[in-house]
Design a protein around this ligand. Sequence first.
Ligand SMILES: Cc1cc2nc3c(=O)[nH]c(=O)nc-3n(C[C@H](O)[C@H](O)[C@H](O)COP(=O)(O)OP(=O)(O)OC[C@H]3O[C@@H](n4cnc5c(N)ncnc54)[C@H](O)[C@@H]3O)c2cc1C
Length: 471
Amino acid sequence: MGPRRSTYGIIGSVRPPRPADQLAAELGPQGVLLAERDDTSGYATPARGVPGRPVDVVRPASTEEVRTVVRWATQHGIRLLPQGANSGLVGASTPPPDAEGVVVLTTERLREGVRIDPADRTAVVPAGLRLSELNELAATHGLWFPIDLGADPSVGGMVATNTGGARMLRHGDVRRRTLGVEAVLADEGVSVLDTLRTYRKDNRGVDLTDMIVGSSGALGIVTRAALDLAVLPAETACAWIPLRDPADAVTLLVDLEARLDPLLAAFEVVSATALAAAGAVGHPLDLGDAPWSVLVEVAGPTGCGDRLVDTALSSPVDTSGAVVLPQDRAWAPRHAITSGLARSGTVVGHDVAVPRAALPALVTEVADTVRDTWPEATFADFGHWGDGGVHLNVVFPPGRTVDDAVVDEVHDAVFSIAVDRHGGTFSAEHGIGPANRSWWLRCTPAVDVALRTALRDACDPLRILGHPGLP
Ligand SMILES: Cc1cc2nc3c(=O)[nH]c(=O)nc-3n(C[C@H](O)[C@H](O)[C@H](O)COP(=O)(O)OP(=O)(O)OC[C@H]3O[C@@H](n4cnc5c(N)ncnc54)[C@H](O)[C@@H]3O)c2cc1C
């Protein structure tokens, strides 16, 4: 019997064929891992969430081997879930516990053939390379890929999720810095979409690179990407500035942008609750009793640190409590917030963005709603205010049952304030997956859904690519 449809789309034949026999011969012994034979738990365990059951894994080592796997999957109706570093936060990187016949296609062996062109300030990079590895190579040319976050994702995963990160204010997101891609489609011919060019200007009509960026593995498997690198700054300087009122953060941001452009590299606003969580896991920062604080970073030519201090001290808001710190010490508390919160209870998180002027009202209204509706919970917000982004975390105390119904209620309350009241987005930078699927369905206009369906019909007519719970 051939492939069949289910609520998750095509999920394989009645007894889906296993990858072992056919694929092991073509990919070699390292190319296939079997659930019952090998330890595949790492491929089934999301960055956050409960471990899934063991899973079959295919590990192609070249674009041609990816095609071999996709051809096999289309022939047998097997769903292929691309996986990079498995650091995604919306549940789209690991198979759902209840889906049969899903095989993980890891890109971890797609590592050969990095090309950095210092004259062009670009790189062509295989999908399996990690961000840290790319940056190590780029640094030898005085360059870097300026996406900065608390995880170490793969290049393919960053393209598939359009990663943002803390320097987006200055350098943009992955979409802005991706010049081209190579991706294997699951169409009839198992075509390779190749837009791998490294020039920055290309005005030949619709941009198919952009179609793949942010597509979460549902339109093609990214095998290589052409990336726009940035020059490593000669100097970086950071300051933490305590504030009494979140509205002051927006005033400060606008003022620093006006007077420091283009040196401002990051502008992160952190509530006292979030900062305390970082302190509880070994990264304390004493900013008195300020309810809010801002981490500001400037990067550029030598001397830019002095400009930060001069500018911040003559700001229209009270910045007298500012503390200047070396970059690593300044960022350590910021990066420790998430693990600190996770230690303190069950976190129901949200990654939203709104117009920047709406951020103070957003965090105040969500804090009020949480206090009124779930008085036992704490609310901790922090994030990339420079981009209008903020992570809104509702933390329930240990021992409190937080089942799916509670999570849905919290999501509905928070997302309605961000999306319905303030015209924002329910996914600022983490992309889409089962964790926010219902809000994607709710917020996405019918014409967008129809166009996405048409794209999937063209690139993956059998619906074998990506997480089965993707919209
Ligand atoms: C501590 C922490 C901090 C984070 N901070 C940020 C942040 O500041 N900003 C931000 O944007 N994100 C952040 N993230 C989220 C995460 O790191 C990004 O989504 C990341 O870019 C995903 O890359 P990955 O290689 O881990 O992909 P995975 O998690 O393996 O996969 C993510 C999605 O991409 C698909 N995919 C992966 N590789 C490919 C490929 N080659 N071709 C097609 N599809 C593919 C998967 O199927 C899945 O849908 C953070 C995560 C953690 C754990």
